[in-house]
Each structure stands twice: as C-alpha cells, then as structure tokens.
Design a protein. Sequence first.
Length: 327
Amino acid sequence: MTPKGLIVCLATMVSWAFLIVISKGLLLTYNLDPWIFTIIQLMFGGLFLIAISRKLGATMDALKSPYTWAYGVARVLSAACFTASLLYISAANAGFFGLVSVPFSALAFALLFFRLPTALELPGHLTIILGVVLLISSLEGTYSNPAVYLMIFSEFAVVASVIIAEFHPQNQGDDLKERASLSGVMLVASALIMLIALAALSLITDGPAATQQATDWTSNLPLIDLTQVWSPTMWLAAICVGITLRGVSMFLSMQAINLVGSQNYVATIAALPFTSLLFELIADKAGYLPQTLLDPIAILAGVIMTAGSLGILWARQRKFKTAAAFS
C-alpha cells in the first residue's frame, strides 16, 4: 500500500467517524427519521460534488451506466440502515459492527470472482466473527435488538457497493473532477428517486400509520415517518450534513478504493470504531450526546474484531511482498 493510499484511508476514517457522531446527535436531539434524514443527506452531498466538479458531460454519461444505479441503490440502503441503527446502539458499537464487512467481502469475492482468502487470512476472519457474536451478546436485547439486523443488511450493501465502485468503468482514472462528478451522480441518482417516492407515499398514507415507531427491542423494525418528508428541521439538518460531511466521506471512500482496492480499503479502516468512540466521548463531555457508560464486553469485542481485521491486512501485505519477491 502506498503512502498516498494510507493517508486517504485515514482521512476517510476520520470523516466517516465525525459524520456518524454528528448524525446520531441530530437524530436524538430533533427526533429525526433516520431513513429520510439519510436520503436527503445523500442527495445534497451528491449535488455538492457535481457542482464542484463542473463536469456535466461526465455526469450525464454516468447516468447511462447500470453501475451507477446499482451503486446508488446499494449506498442508499447501506447508509439508511446504518443511520437507523444509531437509534439503538452507540456510534462506537455501530463502527465495531461494521467490521463484519471484512469477512462478508472475502465471502463475496470468493463466490463471485474465485478470489479465495489465503490460509493466513482465515484466522482473522474467524476472529472477527467471534468478536461479532461477543458484541451482539453485549447489546440490550442481544439478537432481538433491531440494530443487529439493520447492521447486517447495511454491511452486505456496503460490500456490494465497494465491488461495484471498483469495477465501475468511469472509476478507473485519477482525474479529481471526474471522480467528484461520478461520486455525486451516484449519490443523487437513487436518493432523488427514493425521496420522490416517499413524498408521494406520504400524500396517500394516513398520519397515524405513517408515524408508527417500534418502541422496544422485541418489536418490529421502525417504520419510516413519512410526515417528516415535509419537515423544515429535517431538511435543514440533512442538507447541512449532506453538503459538509456525507459527500466528502463518499468521495474519499471512492478515492481510497481506487488507490488500495476494495478489500484492503475495508481492512485499513479498522480503526474507525475507535475514532467514533473518541468523537462520541468528546460529544458526551460537550453535552451534544447523552452520557452513556461504555460496556467492557463491547469494547473487548471491538478490540478482538479490530485485531482480526489488522491480522488480515498483515496477511495480505505479506502475500503481496512474497509475490513481488518472486516476480
């Protein structure tokens, strides 16, 4: 991995951690619907990237590609599920849970492209799975906690999106403006359609049914509060976060994937949960988030999962050096 690739990965990690903590605070403070909040974020983050790229031609070409639409759907679903999970677990725990994408990505590459993990990587994948089981045991409601299902679905969508991004025909160059335009149109494409659909649905759905929410760990997952499609507070919060954080984080992610590859990207942001934990503690002290006690078991699970992820990264780097030595 080149120094440039490492720097971009670290910048991506910090950007995502800040976005997660800010989003959690806004959700709790203003009782925002996480699904609509995320969709509006994605739309305006994408519009911002398209505006700064000033490459309308590249944007129109990207809209013709099925890769763009597939990526857009995957990112909207993954981001919305991740944000919704913040209603049930801490930002740090969500970050720890996100490491399950490492074995998920290995499984996907093995099934789709026959890229089997090496023998040195297998202990790392098993360690991450062990850590996930331990993490779930520390959650309130354990396997009945809605965050478990939200995060599993989110990480499957993340793996799908990074694979699509790596093979997107217009994601192979190094031109910054073209990459900004492509990132932007990917964000806007599906988010705009989903937002229009939700707005139309809100007009034909009764208020009480639209605002029904899950109230305990054993109930169904929370429904979308369709009435918030028209909320000025929702739009203001989502636009601000979308322009300043969401678009930047997505763009950095695409840059990192292009520089280090999708599997190495997933492994190198293993420190994201700890960065989220740091920002969450700062937010707690500043009164932005309600004070929460750290669960030692959750921290232990996170350390185990991070160790597994770093072990996989070490195994891949060793494989690369060995191959280079014999080439």
